[in-house]
Design a binder for this molecule. Structure first.
Ligand SMILES: NC(=O)c1ccc[n+]([C@@H]2O[C@H](COP(=O)([O-])OP(=O)(O)OC[C@H]3O[C@@H](n4cnc5c(N)ncnc54)[C@H](O)[C@@H]3O)[C@@H](O)[C@H]2O)c1
Length: 256
């Protein structure tokens, strides 16, 4: 299937993990992909590997929490590709700490990276897309839907992403702007974000990992590919009637 031929796609935090898998799949379906990440070396390596398949990918350094960089980045992409068609707000971070162990500075940084960035990116993309149309996919999490006692900051940020997505989507729809905005809610997925967060628990890491696996009816975490494919669905015309909706992809975690 080649659903994205001629489309310009910007994916944040796409040097690795879910974003990288999505970048590969968009490129394989014909898109011109811009990979941004706070780690430029890793982003450039990812883009080079995609170009090595004979596909279109470029890398840019971006801290998604930096307001000033957003409009310039989208203008830069529009100059190269003739416009931006799809934005995936994917960059994110997480740590496992209870409420009483969470410091204000780390709470604020997580909110800036996971939630403020989605506002900044969505605002910039709507301005660029409102006349000719476009699609925005915001990567939330099942943490927007179910609480985890060691995830209070992450829970709050992802619930914020989900509700912000609905408000922005409804605003565009009611104004008649052809910009579709939805949120993707992955369950546990095998990426560095999860490995690092669980590893930081030290002696409690093995117990947390075992309890988490036991709570997933399918009995295992997702691969990044298994999250990327539903993400592409949300970005495609197959999801034309989805507006402010949540797509949960979690191996049954929230079904029980
Ligand atoms: N892995 C999971 O289990 C899981 C579950 C639900 C949701 N998610 C969400 O999926 C998204 C991708 O996560 P992942 O699991 O692939 O993690 P990951 O750590 O593998 O990838 C995240 C990427 O974001 C980049 N990044 C971090 N801060 C950034 C910043 N300020 N600016 C730009 N880039 C930045 C990192 O360098 C990294 O390349 C995140 O929003 C995460 O919250 C992940």
């Amino acid at each position: 299937m080649m659903r994205f031929t001629g489309k310009s796609v910007l994916i944040t935090g796409a040097a690795r993990g879910i974003g990288l898998a999505a970048a590969q799949e968009f490129a394989r379906e014909g898109a011109s992909v811009t990979i941004t990440d706070i780690d430029l070396d890793e982003a450039e390596a990812a883009a080079a590997a995609i170009r090595g398949e004979g596909l279109k990918a470029e890398a840019r350094r971006q801290d998604v929490a930096d307001e000033a960089a957003w409009d310039a980045l989208i203008a830069d992409i529009a100059a190269r590709d003739g416009g931006l068609d799809i934005l995936v707000n994917n960059a994110g971070m997480g740590f496992l700490k209870s409420v009483v162990d969470t410091g204000l500075a780390e709470w604020r940084r997580l909110m800036a990276v996971n939630l403020e960035s989605v506002f900044l990116g969505t605002r910039a993309a709507i301005k660029a897309m409102k006349d000719k149309g476009g699609v925005i996919v915001n990567v939330a999490s099942i943490a927007a839907n179910v609480a985890e006692p060691l995830f209070p900051a992450y829970n709050a940020s992802k619930a914020g992403v989900a509700m912000f997505t609905k408000a922005a989507a409804v605003d565009c729809a009611r104004k008649g702007w052809p910009v579709r905005i939805n949120s993707l809610h992955p369950g546990y997925c095998e990426t560095k974000l999860v490995v690092d967060a669980v590893g930081a628990l030290g002696d409690e890491a093995a117990g947390f990992a075992a309890a988490t696996a036991a709570a997933i009816p399918m009995g295992r975490m997702a691969t990044p590919y298994e999250i990327a494919r539903p993400l592409l669905f949300l970005a495609s015309d197959d999801a034309a009637y989805m507006c402010g909706n949540e797509l949960i992809v979690d191996g049954g975690y929230t079904a029980v």
